[in-house]
Design a protein around this ligand. Structure first.
Ligand code: TYD
Length: 220
């Protein structure tokens, strides 16, 4: 079985740039995907949750379930078959985002029990599924994250971006809270891109070498 590793963190953390670099380095050693998305139906759901004004006006529960519907689709049709065939799966975001954004950022603690139930169903080991083996979460002060997002003229802003500082702070604390119960390594996103890249290559090589797949990295 391959390893299932999720990359997550606040917008503005440089996660996108790092993932693009890793895709080049590890294209021979792992398959890449993203959430919400990664299958045709999940990509359709992505358009709805990111861009639809109707989704924005819907209830917190309905938004939460849309993210889980996309995740279920991705597990069934991509992640599980890939892991079974021995591939490592590296995902841009995962259920850690639902916890940090929908429950903590948007302040919907009432969804917590449902979050635990959805995890059991969607990552059900009895059904041959698996929860991520590791979450690599990019961490940085919320003020810096927000300022970077707002200053990034290339970035197509979504409704997730244009929120107040309190929201960014709650999301950051949400990721920390998530790490109390799940296997998380935090990456300090105040480091230079080169430093972050070096740490990430080291972590991935160590994680993925365990399964004896060929890797062309010098770990020294
Ligand atoms: P995107 O602009 O692609 O974010 P990024 O490039 O920073 O990953 O859009 C994804 C947005 O969706 C991001 O702001 C976080 C949000 N999101 C949730 O709110 N809940 C979730 O469960 C997931 C997977 C993402």
């Amino acid at each position: 079985m391959g390893k299932y590793i999720v990359f997550d963190g606040m917008d503005g953390s440089g996660k996108g740039t790092q993932l693009r670099l890793l895709e080049k380095d590890f294209s021979h050693a792992a398959v890449f995907t993203r959430e919400p998305g990664g299958t045709p139906l999940a990509e359709d759901i992505r358009k709805i949750v990111r861009d639809s004004p109707l989704a924005r006006k819907s209830t917190a529960l309905s938004n939460f379930l849309l993210f889980w519907a996309a995740r279920e689709e991705l597990q069934q049709n991509f992640v599980t078959p890939m892991l079974r065939s021995g591939e490592h799966v590296l995902s841009d975001r995962g259920d850690s985002s639902t916890f940090a954004y929908q429950i903590c950022g948007e302040e919907h603690e009432e969804l917590l029990d449902l979050f635990v139930s959805m995890r059991k169903l969607v990552f059900d080991e009895d059904a041959g599924r698996r929860a991520p083996d590791l979450y690599i979460i990019f961490d940085l002060p919320s003020g810096v994250a927000r300022a970077r997002v707002m200053q990034d003229s290339c970035r197509e802003k979504t409704h997730f971006d244009a929120r107040d500082i309190g929201y960014y702070e709650r999301v950051r604390n949400g990721f920390r809270r998530f790490s109390e119960r799940h296997p998380v390594i935090f990456i300090d996103a105040m480091q230079t891109p080169e430093e972050m890249h070096r740490s990430l290559v080291k972590i991935l090589a160590t994680e993925m070498l365990e399964t004896n797949l060929p890797l062309q990295f010098d770990l020294a």
